[in-house]
Write a protein that binds this ligand. Structure first.
Ligand code: FES
Length: 132
């Protein structure tokens, strides 16, 4: 269905798309790798639960959101493939969004701030009140 015009000159790399090992040309986008592998569904729409796929292929529409190496909401059309990459169709529903903080992927920004080294705890509201 899809054919890359530059694929003849690029060295192939191996990565995993939806649990299947694939060999794709180096340097292409994740979306191109998915299309060449006949796996064009990038995500399932959270509300309608309909399959979605890339639309603009230039970073504007956000229809191509996928999970890459465990990180959700990556734009497949803007990320280049890397050897060993794990790419999965994104299936975020209202249920999984509610559970997101417990899986460690979406932690509060304050836990990753440069001002506070990892491992230190945030001051509690009661602590701040006594310092003022
Ligand atoms: S296809 Fe539109 S942002 Fe990726």
């Amino acid at each position: 269905m899809f054919r890359s015009l530059a694929s003849d000159t690029n060295e192939p790399i191996e990565l995993c798309i939806n649990g299947q090992l694939q060999r794709v040309p180096a340097g292409i986008s994740v979306w191109a790798a998915m299309a060449l592998s006949d796996q064009t569904t990038t995500r399932i729409a959270p509300v309608t639960e309909q399959p979605r796929s890339a639309y603009c292929a230039m970073g504007v529409c956000f229809e191509c959101l996928v999970e890459i190496d465990g990180m959700p909401n990556r734009q497949a059309c803007l990320v280049r493939v890397q050897p060993g990459m794990q790419i999965n169709r994104q299936q975020i529903t209202e249920q999984t969004q509610a559970e997101a903080p417990s899986n460690g992927l979406q932690q509060p920004i304050a836990q990753h701030s440069a001002a506070q080294p990892l491992g230190q705890t945030q001051p509690q509201v009661d602590d701040l009140a006594t310092e003022i």
